[in-house]
Write a protein that binds this ligand. Structure first.
Ligand SMILES: Cc1cc2nc3c(=O)[nH]c(=O)nc-3n(C[C@H](O)[C@H](O)[C@H](O)COP(=O)(O)O)c2cc1C
Length: 364
């Protein structure tokens, strides 16, 4: 009933608040015998951590992940999973509750303040508590474990749109994603986004974004119709990320604008004797089951709710108030959502790999 867990066989529970001493994840169901190093998980957390450029929140968190259980430490410093619950902990070191003191009683527009109060009758106003996207650090750590379960699958994400400024898809180069502060696959968009976001940041405003995820090497056959479809679970996982307001698989909403002839992914037999898809409008999933083509998902992130301009709201006592959110915030949360999306996709695919193996008994 408490809904802090997702996944069926690869199960992730996250815990902790933005301004508590620590937060983390418990990953249950990870197969035994998988070797990794702390640095393997840390590399994903480092991509998400705050304070890395002027375009993200200036909260300073090292986001060092500690592996507390579920592994046998090896002499060379690596860990080997034992098949028992893996507990991962990230300490909060730069929590400044005073930034949030004034809004303890006020409902910030666009935030979860009002709904948490209505539902629970109590809310952790220190930085949003559990509704804060600091929770997503725990998912990123869990995603690092998920990737161990599906070593043949490459999961990558990129930012493809900020506000109205879209990348030129003809320039797509995965090697560029790590070379700029936006995870942009198109180097030509970087100066455009820099200028645009500098203006947004200086005005104390915010803007939304679109993230695209691609999973390559997913074998055909993952996904459990009718109510455990791969696309259904991906949509659920991505929609659970803070500030996500839309999810598309393949050509998504674009499918509504084209004809059946244009949308159909035609097939031929390849020279290697394997089926060949001539296009991938379906985003690698048909009937809820993977086709073997890259799995492609996109999600839209709303503009950061914390802005310096006063907005109308109410407080817990029922007074009308004007709220101006001070403190440290991301002008565009879509940037740091890229590694979070990758992690969620990794967890969902790892879960489906184990579920497929459990049901069909076949290794793909
Ligand atoms: C990586 C990441 C960082 C975020 N940082 C902020 C932030 O600094 N300020 C803010 O207002 N919202 C931020 N958010 C979004 C809020 O957590 C979210 O909008 C809020 O909890 C309300 O939930 P909802 O937008 O999903 O309805 C962030 C989201 C993500 C994915």
């Amino acid at each position: 009933m408490s809904h802090n867990t997702f996944g069926h066989l690869f199960r992730v529970t996250t815990w902790g608040e933005s301004h508590g001493p620590a937060l983390g994840a418990v990953v249950d169901g990870c197969p035994p015998g998988l070797r990794f190093r702390q640095e393997d998980l840390q590399s994903f957390l480092d991509k998400r951590k705050p304070g890395q450029s002027r375009f993200v929140t200036q909260r300073r968190e090292e986001d060092l992940v500690k592996v507390l259980s579920g592994v046998m430490p090896q002499e060379d410093g690596s860990f080997v999973t034992t098949g028992t619950p893996i507990s991962l902990m990230i300490e909060n070191t730069d929590q400044r509750s005073k930034d949030y003191g004034e809004i303890a009683q006020q409902y910030r527009p666009g935030h979860a303040d009002y709904t948490y109060d209505v539902k629970y009758g109590i809310r952790d106003y220190r930085g949003g508590g559990r509704s804060s996207a600091r929770e997503t650090a725990a998912r990123v750590a869990a995603g690092g474990i998920a990737r161990l379960v599906i070593p043949g699958v490459t999961i990558r994400g990129a930012l493809v749109q900020i506000g109205k400024h879209r990348i030129n898809r003809d320039n797509w180069d995965w090697a560029q994603v790590g070379e700029n502060p936006f995870f942009a696959p198109d180097p030509a968009i970087v100066p455009v986004w820099e200028d645009y976001l500098d203006g947004i940041r200086k005005a104390g405003s915010s803007v939304g974004a679109v993230v695209e995820l691609v999973a390559e090497g997913v074998p055909a056959g993952f996904g459990a119709p009718i109510y455990g479809k791969l696309d259904q679970d991906i949509a659920s996982g991505l929609m659970s990320i803070n500030a996500v307001k839309g999810v598309e698989i393949g050509n998504g909403f674009g499918a509504a604008e084209i004809t059946g002839e244009e949308n159909a992914d035609e097939m031929r037999m390849g020279n290697d004797g394997k089926p060949l898809f001539l296009s991938n409008h379906a985003g690698g999933i048909l009937g809820g089951i993977s086709t073997g083509e890259p799995v492609v998902a996109r999600f839209a992130i709303k503009p950061t709710s914390s802005i310096l301009t006063e907005r109308k709201s109410i407080d817990a006592a029922g007074n009308n108030v004007d709220v101006r959110t001070k403190g440290r915030h991301d002008p565009c949360v879509g940037i740091r959502a890229v590694p979070v999306g990758e992690a969620m996709l990794a967890c969902i695919i790892a879960d489906h790999y184990l579920r497929d193996r459990g049901q069909t008994g076949r290794l793909k």
